[in-house]
Write a protein that binds this ligand. Structure first.
Ligand code: AHM
Ligand code: MG
Length: 346
């Protein structure tokens, strides 16, 4: 991986994530320190989950836990564990007023009985995304999205606090448990990536000012679903494979959104999870998968679309809502949209 060497304001070589958070606190719109504490808590939980992920092959924590989550999918043991760790860390430190998770049917309201509880932020999280890769030692990730609550502080959170359009996010990011572990996040001032030094448990700024190349040569989609895709998506895939100009492109699909996104941001590419004749809204969840990745993409000069319009402008109606997702290098996403527009509605 090659890191961009331009350092953003208040960023310097060998800076730790802890230092970066403190030194950039004034850039947050509401700089009470609460958001900094929250990102610090996510950093801590990430280290704990990283430890669990790395020892997954050694101890008996592989395989399904026996439960099914709200989407009717098998839960892996590590999903359950990651979910517990993130929720526990955020709850214990009393820094958020609500949490929603892919692994929880309902949102969690924190300290709702405590009148003095003035926390303003809600967190939406996919604690371990790409779970089908856990058992086979392939990269997985955590995705998080942070909003200011819209209901008054000191009262229990409501669904309204979670069903906010992505353009209202105050921060978002992911942790990738890959060949190295990285935490990549934005607070609306660009995207910065921090790599964990596992020997001392510290994240260092390794990828300042991450940006998607304007265009790229990688397309990432589950082509096994090709037959079920809308005509516009089929046409775009054929375009990617055509011998012309800088094409054919390379196909790369890990099946872990975080990993596919991360690679495409560094190298240039497009990730697609379209709707299909068997899944009308696609597979990915708007609130804790697509919105945070879309916020990161836009902050990194990329683009995120549902095929017709901006992901971040969708008004959510359900906590576990799914949405078609096209994300990555701006010109590639625009080209995919163009094919879908030309083909019309399926
Ligand atoms: P998950 O939340 O159950 O892990 O599902 C999300 C994952 C994404 O990380 C990945 O891009 C996609 O599902 C892969 O789905 P498929 O196996 O259908 O291609
Ligand atoms: Mg997921």
């Amino acid at each position: 991986m090659t890191a961009n060497t331009t350092f953003p304001k208040m960023a310097r070589k060998n800076q730790t994530l802890g230092e970066f958070i403190i030194e950039n606190q004034s850039e947050f719109m509401y700089s009470s320190g609460e958001l900094s504490k929250l990102i610090n808590a996510i950093r801590l939980a990430a280290k704990v989950v990283n430890h669990e992920v790395n020892k997954a092959g050694l101890v008996d924590i592989l395989g399904t836990a026996g439960d099914t989550n709200v989407q009717g999918e098998d839960q892996q043991k590590l999903d359950v564990l990651a979910n517990e760790k993130f929720i526990q860390t955020l709850k214990n430190r009393e820094i958020v007023c609500g949490i929603a998770s892919e692994e929880e049917d309902h949102y969690i309201s924190i300290n709702s009985q405590d009148e003095k509880h003035q926390n303003k932020y809600v967190v939406l999280i996919d604690p371990l995304d790409g779970s089908s890769n856990i058992d086979v030692n392939v990269s997985v990730g955590t995705i998080f999205s942070i909003y200011r609550r819209v209901t008054p502080t000191g009262t229990p959170v409501t669904m309204e606090d979670f069903l906010q359009a992505g353009n209202r996010q105050v921060a978002a990011g992911y942790i990738i448990y890959g060949t190295s572990t990285m935490l990549v996040y934005t607070t609306g001032h660009g995207v910065n990536g921090f790599t964990l030094n596992p020997a001392i448990g510290t994240f260092y700024l390794s990828h300042p000012n991450m940006t998607f190349p304007e265009t790229g040569k990688i397309y990432s989609v589950n082509e096994g679903n090709y037959i079920h895709f809308p005509q516009g998506v089929k046409d775009y895939i054929k375009y990617c494979q055509m011998e012309e100009g800088d094409r054919p492109y390379t196909s790369r699909y890990i099946g872990s959104l975080v990993s596919d996104f991360h690679r495409n941001m560094i190298k240039g590419g497009i990730y697609m999870y379209p709707k299909s004749s068997v899944a009308q809204a696609g597979k990915l969840r708007l609130l804790y998968e697509c919105n945070p990745m879309a916020f990161l993409a836009e902050q990194a000069n990329g683009k995120a679309s549902d095929g017709e319009g901006r992901i971040l402008d969708i008004q959510p109606t359900e906590l576990h809502q799914r949405v078609p997702f096209f994300c990555g290098s701006r010109k590639m996403v625009e080209k995919a949209e163009e094919f879908m527009r030309k083909a019309g509605k399926p």
